[in-house]
Design a protein around this ligand. Structure first.
Ligand code: ADP
Ligand code: ADP
Length: 216
């Protein structure tokens, strides 16, 4: 049976960073809804244009298009063994849709690491985040700088600061998270799937705790 892990947590807590590490270590596909939207934006697809109007404001893209995009991604061959979901689901409707989809793929959500940190940390992390143009690799100007300024270590592409990482938009995104995504904490806790992880430590420490918790 395929394995599906959902990473839950506020913007900037380190979901994308940990998802990449987990996906390599567990040999599972990494599905980032934010990366998928940004790819559509770059390719100027209709979905990208629609998503941009919400992303710029720090609001969530409507459930129907988001769910359709994830369903398409989950049905690709590289997800046969399962996936690490990073940034999806973000609303109860998305979580319900995910359950239905995964049944179709003969699986279910196996575990939900819930990574947390105080708002000041989230603002500091998003404020210094640099993202790779080609594949979304993640850096931080202070905590995880690239070896060569302005360039991605992995693929050499340009790194840039996301428009929605400016402090006003981040504050809005945190509010949206508290209102629309927080209910999922209870949803997955009641299902016995939630694993609480302190995200304030270094990347390496968080990975260690995460891998240990997933083994159990
Ligand atoms: P999310 O996907 O939850 O928004 P990211 O993984 O993109 O978070 O991380 C946000 C920023 O914080 C990035 O610049 C990343 O390099 C940095 N970061 C991630 N985890 C840590 C950590 N444990 N300690 C310090 N900085 C971190
Ligand atoms: P972060 O890693 O900082 O949490 P993301 O890259 O995951 O940010 O998301 C950026 C933006 O993309 C969100 O503010 C939202 O507009 C859109 N988005 C990403 N995932 C979803 C989702 N599951 N549902 C709706 N909108 C989403």
């Amino acid at each position: 049976m395929a394995t599906y892990i959902v990473l839950l947590g506020p913007p900037g807590v380190g979901k994308g960073t940990q998802a990449r590490i987990l996906s390599e270590s567990k040999k599972l596909a990494h599905i980032s809804s934010g990366d998928l939207f940004r790819e559509n934006l770059k390719n100027q697809t209709e979905l990208g244009k629609l998503a941009k109007s919400y992303m710029d404001k720090g609001e969530l893209v409507p459930d129907d298009v988001t769910i359709a995009m994830i369903r398409d991604r989950l049905s690709r061959p590289d997800c046969e063994a399962g996936a690490i979901l990073d940034g999806f689901p973000r609303t109860p409707a998305q979580a319900d849709a995910l359950e239905v989809m995964l049944k179709e793929f003969r699986g279910s959500v196996d575990a939900v690491p819930y990574i947390t940190a105080a708002e000041t940390i989230l603002v500091e992390r998003t404020g210094g985040r640099w993202t790779c143009r080609a594949q979304g690799h993640i850096y931080h100007e202070k905590f995880n700088p690239p070896k060569q300024a302005g360039l991605c270590d992995v693929d050499g592409s340009e790194i840039y600061q996301r428009d929605d990482d400016k402090v006003e938009t981040v504050t809005k995104r945190i509010r949206v998270y508290l209102e629309q995504t927080m209910p999922l904490v209870d949803y997955y806790r009641k299902a016995g799937k939630l694993i609480e992880i302190d995200g304030t430590q270094s990347v390496e420490s968080v990975t260690k705790v995460l891998l240990g918790a997933l083994k159990r």
